[in-house]
Design a protein around this ligand. Structure first.
Ligand code: HEC
Length: 469
């Protein structure tokens, strides 16, 4: 029975992956403004296509929901979540790479265009490139070509699907397990539903503020905009760490920036492009503001990318979110990473600046420096035995980290880490040092109330050679 459930989960999940890829491919085709009749069965479906897609996706989601209800409360539940996590994460990364890859490429193109030598009147610039065994020649028009070509490629589903899969992941990882992962009672004792509401609500508020700022007169002054924008971002980073567990705060900060990026694509960049195509087709004069506006938003997105990528990987590095002022590392790293992006942008334009890179590197180093563990964590005035350590571990860790966890959330040992025997503890001593002593990110959100004395005992035992005798 269980085997069948598992097989169906896998089958459905992979099916979803295929469906969405197919979905993506065809939706792109729809956008090519292709007016010629195409006789394929798919095209004959016409308008009803989108209903077919929606139906397929909803059915897939429905089936997964039914499976979830079937396995709820059994060890299969954690397994289902793990596989959902793997698959949605893979989708998220893949769409993200496609989106950010294209976005980096176009910013590079914009920066690297030849804008002076041998250009036709209608061109803003061109670029010769060699890639993958072929030569490419690209031209950018000042406004639009005389006639809009029939096949026009659009870049947008990458962004939308990155956001959708990311949003799913936020639910799978954080919201389904809100009490364990989203909320840290030592930060704020808040009800899960409230915390989730705050999390989702914050994305809307962030977009509202950002969009207002862009449209205000400040939006036209890049220095003022950068300073005010950075201050607001710092306020968000700080706010998140006052509500959520540090790790969840990081992810929310990244998701907030990511949501602004996708909203830029959805609400500004694509509509501007559509208006431009429409005007060009109907031979109306083009409003150059449209293109400028879209370009401005896409430059903002470009600066957000490295901070967002940092946040996405920071969840695997407890020394970042484990620092006592997690928002500070988050801000320093984000500012430093945006600075690095600024340097790369300047470099592509051939405007090398002597100070952008060193300052950015200094900011990043400052983050590494302040989060370093204290040089002298304290004296050990007695030899700590394995018996004492085992007693602490039994009291504070094995609720989760054992072959038979008793924790209410973790029914299988997280990351496969079990401390059933003294040897298990010795083998993981470096990780234990990092998580329990240095970053204090274990026990998770200190659910089992470990004390500082116990952390010190564990440290002394490891410093004294982690002996099992
Ligand atoms: C409430 C459950 C819970 C308790 C109690 C708990 N942990 Fe964890 N532990 C987790 C989870 C979940 C993870 C995986 C996520 C992560 O790395 O933060 C984890 C990961 C770890 C890791 C990292 C494993 C890796 O592969 O990187 C170590 C080491 C660890 N725990 C040690 C401990 C120690 C030592 C204690 C007791 C002092 C402890 N944990 C108590 C839930 C718990």
């Amino acid at each position: 029975m269980a085997g069948i459930i598992l097989l169906s989960i896998l089958g459905i999940a992979f099916l979803m992956l295929i469906i969405i890829t197919y979905y993506l491919h065809h939706l792109e085709k729809d956008d090519q403004f292709d007016t010629d009749a195409n006789e394929s069965l798919w095209n004959k479906l016409g308008e009803s296509k989108s209903y077919v897609y929606t139906g397929i996706v909803l059915t897939a989601v429905g089936i997964i929901a039914v499976i979830y209800l079937l396995v709820k409360g059994s060890p299969w539940e954690a397994h289902l979540m793990e596989w959902l996590n793997i698959i949605v994460r893979l989708m998220h990364i893949t769409f993200g790479i496609a989106w950010i890859g294209a976005s980096f490429y176009f910013v590079f193109l914009e920066n690297a265009l030849n804008r002076t030598k041998d250009l036709r009147e209608e061109l803003a610039g061109n670029l010769w490139a060699v890639h993958g065994g072929g030569f490419y020649y690209l031209e950018k028009y000042k406004v639009a070509p005389q006639k809009i070509p029939k096949d026009l490629h659009w870049f947008k589903y990458e962004a939308y699907f990155t956001w959708l899969s990311g949003f799913c992941l936020l639910f799978i990882v954080y919201y389904f397990n809100a009490a364990a992962l989203l909320i840290d009672k030592n930060v704020l004792d808040i009800a899960p539903a409230k915390a989730i509401g705050l999390g989702i609500g914050s994305f809307f508020i962030a977009w509202f503020i950002y969009d207002l700022l862009c449209k205000s007169p400040i939006g036209k002054k890049s220095v003022a905009f950068t300073i005010i924008g950075t201050i607001i971002a710092i306020a968000f980073a700080y706010g998140y760490t006052q509500v959520f567990s540090a790790r969840a705060a990081y992810i929310h900060f990244g998701a907030m920036l990511g949501s602004i990026m996708v909203a830029n694509v959805f609400f500004v960049i694509i509509p501007s492009q559509k208006a431009m195509v429409k005007a060009a087709k109907e031979n109306h004069p083009l409003n150059p503001e449209l293109g400028k506006n879209a370009l401005k938003r896409s430059i903002h997105n470009n600066y957000f990318t490295l901070p967002v990528l940092f946040v996405m990987i920071s969840n695997h590095f407890p020394s970042t979110f484990g620092y006592k002022y997690p928002w500070l590392i988050l801000c320093l790293f984000s500012i430093g990473a945006a600075g690095v992006k600024h340097y790369l942008n300047l470099k592509e334009k051939g405007q090398l600046s002597a100070w952008v890179m060193p300052i950015s590197a200094l900011i990043l180093l400052a983050a590494a420096f302040i989060s370093a563990p204290p040089k002298n964590p304290g004296e050990c005035n007695k030899t700590v035995s394995i018996t004492e350590v085992t007693a602490i571990v039994n009291k504070r860790c094995i609720a989760c980290h054992s072959s038979r966890p008793t924790d209410d959330v973790y029914k299988v040992a997280p990351n496969g880490v079990m401390f059933d025997t003294p040897d298990d503890i010795v083998r993981k001593k470096d990780l234990i040092m990092q998580r329990v002593v240095v970053t204090k990110t274990m026990p998770q959100n200190n659910k089992t109330n470990i004390t500082q004395e116990e952390r010190d005992l564990i440290r002394c035992w490891i410093e004294q050679g982690a002996s099992v005798k």
